[in-house]
Design a protein around this ligand. Structure first.
Ligand SMILES: CC[C@@H](C(=O)O)C(=O)SCCNC(=O)CCNC(=O)[C@H](O)C(C)(C)COP(=O)(O)OP(=O)(O)OC[C@H]1O[C@@H](n2cnc3c(N)ncnc32)[C@H](O)[C@@H]1OP(=O)(O)O
Length: 256
């Protein structure tokens, strides 16, 4: 039984995972991390054509790590341990045996953008904003999503996205190739049909083979080690003054 996500297999033969902490803009808590791991395991064992990851609500797909759980005040080792669990989720998603689609019902920021990047294809709401904003928080991407970004985009574009640390519009995301298409969120049922049709119309065997080809080409053995190193390096700068200042300010605004 899940509390922070919803999970089901649709009649059309795909698994749907919906982040379900609308009141916190679907921020990734430690509990959500564990539930995502479990749902991915269940989906892996099911006979499905593709996996869809989305968020409930209209504001945000995911606002990143929950800043109450992923607090600045962790030692390097504690930060590594906390972040590493999400690295495992992202790695599982990236190597998931059938295609994965992130249907971004709203903004994807920080760790939320990393989570979306771990999916093969991204479709976004025109009103959302999307970005690896961690640079504004005094850190780098902590879940290993930078290593994935370098494999999804031309390296200089990925580098620019990480260094700028800005939230981009959907139009810009499409233009750089991070997002495959924009959908009309007011007609989500019809739009899901449209987005899923190329997948649902193939057999499970075909889709597994397409995905295996992609994994062989794009995700060589070094991916996991690269992600581990990225998480380790982020952990070593976790407790810096800017990170403390930004997170404290966010939490004090929340509590005022
Ligand atoms: C920690 C891992 C690290 C990584 O390694 O990658 C990261 O993920 S860093 C990035 C962390 N994320 C952020 O800094 C984004 C913070 N959130 C926002 O900027 C905004 O909330 C939003 C996503 C742009 C949505 O704005 P809006 O629709 O105006 O909602 P509110 O700001 O009013 O938020 C509503 C509600 O949700 C709480 N919230 C939002 N994001 C988080 C979060 N990441 N962690 C915990 N809680 C979050 C926010 O505090 C509000 O709560 P209440 O005040 O109780 O209503």
């Amino acid at each position: 039984m899940f509390e922070t996500i919803e999970y089901h297999i649709a009649d059309e033969g795909y698994a749907l995972i919906s982040l379900n902490r609308v009141e916190a803009r679907n921020a990734i808590s430690f509990q959500m991390t564990e539930e995502l791991k479990e749902a991915l395991q269940q989906a892996r064992e099911a006979d499905i054509k593709c996996l869809v990851l989305t968020g409930n609500g209209t504001e945000a797909f995911c606002s990143g790590g929950d800043l109450n759980d992923f607090h600045w005040d962790m030692s390097d080792n504690e930060a590594f341990k906390a972040l590493y669990s999400m690295k495992e989720v992202l790695y599982d998603l990236a190597r998931f045996p059938v295609p994965t689609l992130a249907v971004l019902n709203g903004s994807a920021l920080g760790g939320g953008c990393e989570l979306a990047t771990a999916c093969d294809f991204r479709y976004g709401s025109p009103d959302g904003s999307y970005g690896f904003i961690q640079g504004q928080l005094g850190i780098t991407a902590g879940f290993g999503g930078g290593s994935l970004l370098y494999r999804r985009l031309p390296s200089l574009i990925a580098y620019q996205m990480l260094v700028e640390s800005e939230a981009y519009s959907a139009t810009k995301c499409v233009s750089i190739g991070w997002m495959q298409d924009v959908f009309d969120p007011s007609d989500i049922k019809e739009e899901m049909k449209r987005l899923l049709e190329p997948f649902i119309s193939k057999s499970v065997e075909q889709l597994k083979e397409f995905k295996q080809q992609y994994i062989r080409f794009e995700f060589p053995i070094s991916l996991s080690a690269d992600m581990d190193e990225e998480v380790r390096r982020c952990s070593t700068i976790w407790g810096n003054a800017l990170h403390k200042e930004v997170v404290d300010s966010f939490l004090s605004e929340k509590n005022s």
